[in-house]
Design a protein around this ligand. Structure first.
Ligand code: NAD
Length: 421
């Protein structure tokens, strides 16, 4: 099977196996963790604007809830399939385990290209989906959130629909809501801010300083742009940024805040191409090749492969995207001694602030932007240090150490409950 067509569920099962072996964990722990605890499939008949009824298929997978309720986003995409939803729910168990937040893993999705639907159709579909999965979700059962192509507004509709079913306001059923309706301040920035924190900590672990360092970032969406903004605030020179349109380069550092304003102009169509502050514009794939200290893939999965990994000159990689490195490229990165901060740690800021949102909803008391970011920093730095300690102790990569820490936490909870010996 080619590198690019590996089934994500097979990849996650292999990662669980590797971490269980490194930990010396029992076979029964592996057997439980290699598939979700439950996964439901729902058929959603939706009345379209033209009066016809169309049926959409949706899924919700709860991978593990030994530590606490499931947590994970809902994806609207034409390529959603049950294996992908299962794999993503497993990654959420481990992401929450790494972040040290009291959740298990969940994930959901609907097979739909939302660009083909009107806003009213999307609202009806979203309300139908939460009604269909209502028996398997809940504030203390499994808590959805946004993912690819789902927005705070969609989360708002889902909470409204679920609250109607319950006959009371249940704001903690879903996170990633609009701030006007129980959302948390600093959630929008959280994933990118966390990626920048992990960049800073990676430099520190290598005895270096982020200040004055050169950084390359692939992707200028929600994750990439805030990773770039906060890295610049921390003193890095962001010399290269790419998106789907091109790669911008400036030896002295791009002005990230100006680039952020540029992509928000209607004429830029949310793309970086045409920004005046770059010395040069290249093909988007050039982003991997510059002579920089750190590379942060923040765009999409399978971005670093055996074909481009040898052109990387950075000595540190921080994975902002989910699954940006193929297993083969990962092996080469380890052989070359590149220090890699894995996705389940590096982009865990989003789920961490989702957890803060849920805590605020349950106590009905809301924190300031600064309080949220401060709490995020404390937890993410602790997670980095704990994983770095495990990496050194067992002489494994940061990725294996992260899985080891998460699996140990879940296995310990299963033992405490008496689910395994
Ligand atoms: P987004 O859609 O906002 O942005 C994606 C960016 O990647 C865009 O700038 C796009 O132009 C760029 N891109 C797409 N294809 C590219 C290519 N071939 N080369 C260069 N750039 C390309 O998405 P996002 O929310 O920023 O998410 C990015 C990644 O981070 C995804 O893997 C996502 O699953 C992961 N992630 C996101 C969050 C979050 O809170 N948004 C949390 C955890 C993980």
């Amino acid at each position: 099977m080619s590198e690019k067509t590996l089934n994500t569920f097979e990849i996650v099962q292999q990662q669980i196996k590797d971490a269980c072996t490194a930990l010396g964990e029992t076979q029964e722990v592996f057997e439980i963790l290699k598939q979700p605890k439950s996964c439901i499939e729902v058929a959603l008949p939706i009345k379209m604007d033209n009066g016809e009824t169309k049926v959409f298929m949706g899924y919700r997978s709860l991978h593990n809830d030994a530590i606490g309720p499931g947590k994970g986003g809902i994806r609207y995409h034409q390529d959603v399939c049950i294996d992908e939803v299962k794999a993503l729910s497993a990654w959420m168990t481990f992401k929450c385990g790494v972040a040290g937040i009291p959740y298990g893993g969940g994930k959901g999705g609907i097979i739909v290209d939302p660009r083909t639907l009107s806003i009213d159709e999307i609202e009806r579909l979203s309300r139908a989906y939460i009604r269909a999965i209502a028996p398997v979700v809940g504030e203390q059962i499994d808590i959805p959130a946004p993912d690819v192509n789902t927005t705070p507004q969609i989360m708002g509709w889902m909470v409204d629909e679920y609250s109607k079913l319950q006959g009371k306001n249940t704001l903690g059923i879903v996170t990633g809501k609009p701030v006007a309706f129980g959302g948390s301040l600093a959630r929008f920035e959280a994933t990118g801010y966390g990626v920048a924190l992990m960049m800073r900590e990676a430099f520190r672990a290598k005895g270096k300083d982020i200040r004055g360092s050169k950084v390359s970032i692939q992707g200028f969406g929600n994750v990439g742009r805030f990773a770039a903004i906060y890295a610049e605030e921390m003193g890095a020179k962001v010399t290269a940024i790419s998106d789907v349109s091109c790669c911008l380069y400036n030896e002295n550092g791009l002005n990230v805040k100006k680039l952020y304003d540029y992509v928000n102009l209607p004429e830029s169509k949310n793309m970086i191409q045409g920004f005046k502050g770059a010395e040069q514009e290249f093909d988007r794939n050039k982003v991997f090749e510059f002579d920089v200290d750190l590379l942060a893939p923040c765009a999409l999965e399978n971005a670093i492969t055996s074909e481009n990994v040898n052109s990387i000159k950075a000595s540190i990689i921080v994975e902002g995207a989910n699954g940006p490195t193929t297993p083969e490229a990962d092996r080469i990165i380890n052989e070359k001694g590149i220090f890699l901060v894995p996705d389940i740690l590096a982009n865990g800021g989003g789920v961490m602030v989702s957890y803060f949102e849920w805590v605020q909803n349950l106590q009905n008391y809301y924190w300031s932007f600064e309080e949220v970011q401060q709490k995020q920093e404390v937890k993410m730095v602790k997670a980095f240090n704990d994983i770095f300690y495990l990496k050194e102790k067992h002489n494994v990569s940061m990725r294996v150490a992260a899985f080891m820490m998460a699996i140990k936490r879940v296995a310990d909870a299963m033992r405490a409950r008496g689910i395994v010996k």
